[in-house]
Design a protein around this ligand. Structure first.
Ligand code: ZN
Length: 412
């Protein structure tokens, strides 16, 4: 059984036309007019397949195919349709379109399966509206409730609750939509890799074994703001130079003291007063540390603390290190990994067992069910930008693998 490349291409073309930023990538925030249009397109396709459709209070779309097996847990598969600002065509959407195609093939072939199969389209994965990523899957798994949604606001101070209600969602009832443990037998998400490993090794399929955990710190260094011209070099307490020493050291630590899977990034920095002719008085920067092994993260955290202490003494500064975000690493299900591997071997697809540096919706479901992920290559490893690209042939391979794995899990 195979997916149809023309249909996949057609869906991607039709949907990526819908963007708030034509010629500047895909911008399709959840609860926007573009989101509404894409939902209409997808719902029409799903209704055509005569599936049992349910849209929950946060906007997750679930479409289930039951065939005398409704008492059994579903095999769930899907991804998200929202994007970052000026994002790419393939992040999220590749998994959704592949899931739709899998459902079409199953229905066309009138397959009778032991377990029901259920397609899921997650809402608000990217955090583009409220700065909270994976809000749809967090609500689905009960990590956030109605009261949280009333408190979470966008930049204009409008609550997520208000925005979801205005979008026509039954947000009051989100408590009833929380996924139950016996509802789902397995969850599989197909996604673009968003990194360059598969593309550089010319391997079309990645089977994910673990998703990296992360810690994010805000480091504030305080020194003495002063005149850039009249303050001699040996009479300065310059937090900017202190910050640059720490940033450079972090790269070295992640490479040399961390594990091969450890990464550390400083991507946001702010200084005051931010003037070309003034020595900074304060510098704040964010350190993002990730690894599938908690040890790798901890090594960098310890070194960050040690180095900051050293710099503070050396340069007469004051420092504060604050943990602003964290998530644990997640091991995916051996059972689902084996099922994907078996399917890949049967189909003769070359694959690589690998980790995911980015977190995905399906990671939220690991406490409830067996979770697996399939990666397809991102050309040049580019993602979250208009240059994001995945070869259609690779999407077809990924889709065939998803189809085969879903059927395998639904029939075992
Ligand atoms: Zn994504």
């Amino acid at each position: 059984m195979e997916s149809c490349i023309r249909r996949i291409e057609n869906d991607i073309e039709n949907i990526t036309k819908i963007t708030a930023t034509p010629q500047m990538g895909c911008t399709r925030f959840s609860y926007s007019k573009e989101d509404k249009q894409v939902r209409e397109y997808l719902l029409k396709e799903l209704e055509g397949l005569r599936l049992k459709i349910k849209i929950d209070g946060v906007g997750n779309i679930r479409a289930k195919y039951v065939d005398g097996n409704e008492d059994k847990p579903s095999i769930m598969f899907g991804s998200h349709i929202d994007t970052v600002a000026n994002g790419g065509k393939f992040d999220g959407l590749t998994g959704v379109i592949s899931a739709l195609e899998v459902m079409r093939v199953i229905k066309e072939n009138n397959l009778s399966l032991k377990n029901p199969v259920e397609l899921i389209i997650f809402a608000e994965e990217e955090g583009s509206n409220f700065g909270i990523t994976m809000l749809g899957s967090k609500v689905l798994t009960g990590k956030y409730g109605l009261e949280d949604l009333k408190k979470i606001e966008n930049d204009e101070g409008i609550s997520s609750y208000e925005i979801m209600r205005n979008f026509g969602l039954d947000v009051e009832n989100i408590g009833n939509d929380v996924l139950k443990k016996d509802e789902v037998k397995a969850m599989i998400e197909l996604h673009v890799e968003q990194g360059g490993i598969l593309d550089s090794e010319k391997i079309p399929i990645g089977i994910v074994k673990a998703i990296a955990g992360m810690k994010t710190y805000k480091v504030s260094l305080k020194g003495v703001s002063n005149h850039a011209g009249s303050t001699p070099m040996d009479l300065r307490n310059d937090p900017m130079v202190g910050a640059s020493e720490i940033v450079t050291y972090l790269e070295k630590v992640a490479k040399e003291k961390g594990l091969p899977s450890t990464v550390a990034t400083v991507g946001k920095i702010h200084c005051q007063p931010n003037m070309p002719n003034v020595i900074s008085g304060e510098v704040d920067f964010y350190v993002d540390i990730r690894d599938v092994e908690a040890d790798g993260v901890e090594t960098v955290v310890k070194e960050l603390e040690k180095k900051t202490e050293e710099i503070v003494l050396k340069r007469g500064l004051k420092a504060q290190i604050e943990l602003v975000g964290e998530s644990d690493s997640v091991r995916l299900s051996t059972k689902v990994i084996e099922a994907i591997e078996k399917s890949a071997l049967e189909k003769g697809f070359e694959y690589k067992i690998m980790n995911s540096g980015a977190v995905h919706d399906s990671a939220m479901l690991t406490e409830l069910t067996e979770v697996g992920m399939i990666f397809v290559p991102s050309i040049n490893g580019r993602s979250h930008c208009p240059e994001e690209l995945t070869d259609l042939q690779d999407i077809k391979l990924g889709c065939d693998l998803l189809l085969n794995t879903v059927i395998r899990l639904a029939n075992e």
